[in-house]
Design a binder for this molecule. Structure first.
Ligand code: MGD
Ligand code: MGD
Ligand code: MO
Length: 766
């Protein structure tokens, strides 16, 4: 007899994609009450004349004019273009204390914000306010600070290039480099690690390179959920017979099998295409060991080949001409023993060697990776070891090969390119001076963790957020929430209500803005914005829907107005002129960043243009002028994990969420329906603790001695196919067990994917 599973937990046997994906979209459209308009909206996503889908940063194919079906893109779009509204009546009905008790899902699901709001402490309510008053209040709050470095300016990666550029200009003219940014919690390990290795913090491949790849390696990303349009590429590659080698502790369905909704045969015959040719379920955090193991196997094969009189299997010409540090790398890998590689990775030597064979036996290899690589204490090292692996056979800077960090938010890469960074380099500072004639601050500002620390310590007094949900996205909500409540001034520029907005300060403003899908009309007519995808392609995006309220302003307009109110005529910056016509913002972008030359002309060409990624042409902008093999000595275990019984918790996204935005409670591909309060565990880890499938458990984060308890109670243990010692739970619920001190020391990226925890039965059940 089959054991009874916990409520809402099922075996989901179907491939990813397919009819269930179409059904899910129909359900979303109905829920957001926009059936007629919504379906038309979907057809304009990622089309030359349409808007850039706010769902992910995967590039658009160059030669398609047909609609690219994407379930989660459809959710992102309908979530924004919903018919539901959050206006003055909503806030008359609900106090902030009452809203605080709502779930994250319910808060955002209430609909689009329609009026500027100011929090009134007496009534415990947000109340409508005039735009002009809002700008004056924000300006007065910022100007009241003793030092501009006492303010923090957060950016979430949906902001367009134009909005982000004006924002960084405003903040630098105001006088600080405090730019905490969602990227600090995401691909920062990439942005810090890659420049040291290859001289540029971006991926080196284009979408066309996938057509020429002979093997694709995938580490720690879940494209079926988070980048569904990537499935078209993987599906096509698999059908061409390209081996796809996956390293992921969880068997993600889309990486196993996928039925392309675009493929009439798969849809009609209910068939699907296998994606991974080999699926390696490594231990969470075992990537460094795997990467070193792959290199060790390659060196071993090379030695055998040389001994047999061959010329070796490394690209020795490339290594000699283009790289530095090869001997040191080889020494490090020789010193790393198979025993520790096997123990840390949880994979057998045979498994690792077989993957290395695939790598050796083909010419062109692309390595893709996501948060499973970056969100670890050694995230930067992980990224650099991926580069090492690629360099060994010259797999960077030629067609069909390279490194492909799969970015998160749709314009997170572009925001960085146009100046959202707490560590400005010389080119950026000189560019601003050239374009605007003032000396921007040079000192390093705060990243996301440092910003929360500064607020928590009372050093920073004001926080401006260009989108996002910083308090919920960050580790350790208890500390972060308390910190936010101590602020003098908070300004949120947002489309929808979320929990961060309810952490009210002395003065709190919510300024509602247009989204990607909305028509943006300024003095000179309808405007387009631009975005940069994961592969450095820059293109235009134009919304076309009637905005949810006549009162809404665009992000550039809001930023320019705050800037004008705060700075007056300082440095003679023409804020109004730039907002009247976004071409003028782009003209300035091109003065600051010469790679945007002829920006307005080039972005008007269908498909846009690619920003120069020097490493794609084997030009290495590193100090050595070479690509550097960099070392990650040892395979050190986290000291907290040496505690007996410690498990490594990884935090993941469900199929029904966009970061802190929870669309719904299903995680279809993992067989979870109607709930998120579950922890996936290996059956031995359950048994070893006297637990079974369905038991209620408490999860305690292991923290340093002087830290407060980090405990969550009453989650349901679900027996799952995950390596022993590794457990998984959903972000953001599990952020409560994570200390703010846990982050990659090189990049500042929180180690959301390797949280040491203890699991025990909930007292309620024992
Ligand atoms: N629909 C939707 N799309 C999104 C988002 C969303 O929330 N929803 N978020 C956007 C953003 S901001 C981002 S950054 C991206 C995130 O996209 P992903 O990088 O795919 O994000 P995660 O869900 O965090 O999952 C990472 C994957 O890593 C695996 N993993 C966990 N720990 C490890 C490990 O130690 N090693 C390895 N090798 N793998 C591991 C998990 O099992 C999971 O499959 O997606 C973007 N797109
Ligand atoms: N435990 C754990 N924590 C994590 C992660 C993890 O994997 N595990 N992932 C991290 C990652 S990769 C990231 S990127 C961060 C995400 O952190 P954020 O980027 O801060 O969070 P989001 O949930 O994407 O922000 C959602 C909010 O953005 C606003 N918004 C949506 N569209 C727009 C728009 O067009 N304009 C404006 N102005 N506002 C808009 C809405 O108000 C919405 O509530 O979380 C990080 N936190
Ligand atoms: Mo992200």
């Amino acid at each position: 007899m089959k054991n009874k599973r916990p409520e809402g937990i099922e075996q989901y046997d179907r491939p990813a994609g397919g009819w269930d994906a179409l059904k899910a979209v129909a359900k979303t459209l109905a829920h957001q009450q926009i059936v007629a308009q919504g379906s038309k909206t979907l057809l304009k996503a990622n089309q030359p004349e349409g808007f850039d889908c706010p769902g992910c940063a995967w590039p658009d194919p160059k030669h398609t004019s047909s609609f690219e079906f994407c379930e989660n893109g459809a959710k992102a779009i309908t979530w924004e273009s919903t018919a539901k509204r959050v206006g003055p009546e909503f806030f008359e009905e609900h106090t902030v204390s009452e809203l605080w008790k709502w779930t994250d899902h319910k808060l955002e699901d209430a609909g689009r914000l329609t009026v500027p709001l100011r929090f009134n402490k007496e009534s415990d309510r947000y109340e409508p306010i005039d735009w002009e008053d809002a700008f004056e209040i924000a300006a007065a709050g910022l100007n009241a600070l003793d030092d501009p470095n006492h303010a923090e300016f957060y950016t979430s990666g949906r902001a367009s290039n134009e909005a982000a550029f004006l924002y960084q200009l405003f903040v630098r003219a105001y006088g600080t480099n405090n730019f905490p940014d969602c990227s600090n919690m995401c691909h920062e390990a990439t942005s810090v690690g890659l420049p040291m290795s290859i001289g540029v913090g971006k991926g080196t491949v284009t979408l066309e390179d996938f057509d020429h790849a002979d093997a694709i390696f995938s580490f720690g990303h879940n494209p079926g959920t988070n980048h569904p349009r990537m499935m078209a590429t993987l599906h096509e590659a698999s059908r061409r017979g390209v081996p796809i080698i996956v390293f992921n502790p969880l068997k993600e369905r889309a990486l196993e099998r996928f039925a392309a909704p675009q493929d009439p045969i798969e849809m009609v015959t209910l068939s699907s295409t296998p994606i991974a040719s080999a699926y390696h379920q490594l231990r969470t955090g075992g990537d460094l060991a795997v990467l070193k193991g792959l290199m060790k196997a390659i060196f071993e094969r090379d030695a055998i080949n040389l001994a047999a009189g061959g010329s070796g299997i490394l690209d020795r010409d490339f290594i000699a001409e283009h790289t530095s540090g090869f001997d040191e790398l080889r020494g490090d890998i020789e010193n790393t023993q198979w025993d520790s590689i096997i123990a840390t990775s949880g994979l057998t030597r045979e498994a690792i060697t077989s993957a290395a064979e695939v790598y050796i036996n083909v010419k062109n290899v692309i390595v893709c990776f996501g948060m499973g690589i970056t969100q670890h204490a050694n995230g930067t090292e992980n990224v650099q070891q991926i580069v090492n692996l690629l360099l060994l056979r010259g797999n960077i800077g030629r067609e069909g090969a390279g490194i492909a960090p799969i970015r998160g938010h749709s314009n997170v890469q572009g925001d960085r390119t146009v100046g959202i960074t707490e560590t400005p380099n010389r080119a950026l500072l000189e560019g601003i001076e050239r374009a605007f004639g003032f000396h921007p601050p040079r000192n390093h500002g705060h990243n996301a963790i440092e910003a929360v620390e500064a607020i928590s310590a009372g050093r920073s007094k004001a926080l401006v957020c260009l989108g996002g949900n910083l308090a919920v996205a960050m580790s350790d909500p208890e500390t972060t929430f308390a910190a936010m409540r101590k602020l003098d001034l908070v300004v949120h520029i947002a489309t929808k209500l979320n929990r961060s907005h309810l952490l009210t300060a002395q003065t709190s403003l919510i300024l509602p803005c247009l989204g990607r899908t909305d028509l943006d009309t300024q003095e000179t007519g309808p405007q387009s914005v631009t975005v940069e995808d994961s592969m450095s392609m820059v293109h235009a995006s134009r919304g076309f829907l009637k905005p949810p309220s006549e009162l809404l302003k665009s992000e550039p307009a809001i930023i320019a107005s705050i800037a004008k109110a705060t700075l007056g005529d300082r440095y003679g910056i023409d804020w109004e002129g730039m907002v009247a016509n976004y071409d003028r913002i782009r003209d300035k972008i091109q003065v600051v960043f010469p790679e945007f030359s002829d920006f307005n002309e080039r972005v008007r060409v269908t498909g846009g243009f690619r920003l120069d990624v020097a490493a794609s042409y084997r030009r290495w902008n590193t100090e050595s002028r070479k690509a550097n093999f960099l070392l990650a000595p040892g395979l050190d275990e986290d000291p907290l994990l040496t505690e007996p019984d410690a498990l490594v918790l990884t935090t993941i996204r469900s199929h029904d969420q966009y970061n802190t935005t929870v669309y719904g409670l299903d995680d279809r591909y993992r067989g979870v329906f109607g709930r998120r309060d579950v922890i996936f565990m290996n059956k031995d880890d359950l048994a070893g603790r006297g637990l079974k499938d369905g038991d209620l458990i408490d999860i305690r984060g292991l923290v340093e001695e002087d830290e407060a308890e980090h405990l969550v109670r009453g989650f349901t243990a679900v027996e799952y196919n995950i390596p022993k010692g590794s457990i998984a739970g959903y972000y953001p619920e599990m952020n409560a067990v994570m200390s703010l001190r846990r982050y990659d020391r090189r990049s500042g990226t929180p180690s959301y994917k390797s949280v040491p925890v203890l699991v025990a039965a909930s007292p309620a059940t024992s």
